[in-house]
Design a protein around this ligand. Sequence first.
Ligand code: SF4
Length: 452
Amino acid sequence: MLRIALLSPKGPLYRHRGGIFRKSLRYAPLTLPTLAALIPDEIEHDLSLFDEGIEDIPEDLDVDLIGITVITGTAKRSYELARHFRDRGIAVVMGGPHITLVPDDAAAHADTLVVGYAEDTWPELLRDFVAGQMRERYTQAPDLSLANRPRARRDLIPGGKHVKTGVFEATRGCNHRCDFCVVPFAWGRKPYQKPVAEVIDEIRSTGARRAIFIDLNLIADKEYAAELFTALMPLRIQWGGLATSLLARDEELLDLCARSGCMALLVGFESISPAALKDVSKGFNSPELYAEWIRRFHDHGIALNGTFVFGLDSDTTDVFAETAQFVIDTRIDLPRFAILTPFPGTGLHERLEKENRILTKNWELYDGQHVVFQPTNMSVAELEQGNMKAWRQVYSYSSIARRMRSTPISKALYLGANLGYRFYGRRLDKFYTCDWQMVQSESTPLRRQEIL
Ligand code: SF4
């Protein structure tokens, strides 16, 4: 009997945190249940799953093999856990976005690595492990198919810890190449798709009335998106997901999307400056049209979780107030701000490294809320504080009330989400309590030499 434990470590911010990370806004994650489903039938096994966002990982796990899924922000914690378990003679496998982006960074911390999607490589690795011939690295071949894959083992997700909304995945990847985004650099620009009929069957089988699609860009392939939206209509569910602003340009697809039950979308607007967007290869976003696009989404009954990033090379210290005011004027339902983060393996990281502007490679700080590079037109402290100010401005009670006037969703839902974000946005400094914060508060403006 092979004893396997699958771990999803969390960085300090997300480890058992309250506020908006309580059950009210936590969706059931699919990564570990998907890996669980991929374990070959012929391998007799005993399996346990641990998501550190909701529970501690036991230090005395008595298993043969541990699989850890790693994003950059959790790499430090993952390496820590791997050392702990390897010291006890347990073999450790690592996979996930960080491993796929920079496998060499992780090589010393694991017995083997899974690079790329795990659909074919994880079962192969397990068979090799049982046969006593596990290799050091398993890399996904380019011809991956998502058809006829076993469904994620939702039965293994602990009850009562997440919202009841069903979590689904129809596609993977994105056809764009934004310089700061891990998606094209980790997995290439070819979107992978599950057959629409399989997606619909899976939703039906769960009986979900509300769904979240975790796909990074649901409209990467518009033909597929149209087919999916059309097939969703008879289900009469309400759903949310992620798409680019390009959806607003395509009236027909937007209409299909709305009629399929879409009630909210996360859209990465990133910046209100065309020059800044061009700098990071996201020129397909057109800030001069944002107001019109936002209106179109609202007119179709779709609320927006609009995301913006601060610290782009063209940004000056005016960007925070200007962006916050723009968000309030255009009535974005649920705005979110992040600090530009040069994730290792991305084009942005490579460029900043060449320009000698990477301030730290402590991956724990690569979480979208710490400044880990030297900005061009402001100090590190100005960027960090400007981000906090923008959060406060858009989540003041008056701006919540002003934005609420145009929301297409119920006032109760709008207020619940906005008050959750307000709670978080007003406590950014308390959420980030690592040494980095102390270094920053003690040295303003922070200079590179002070922390290297
Ligand atoms: S459109 Fe979104 S998902 Fe696609 S590469 Fe750009 S940031 Fe990433």
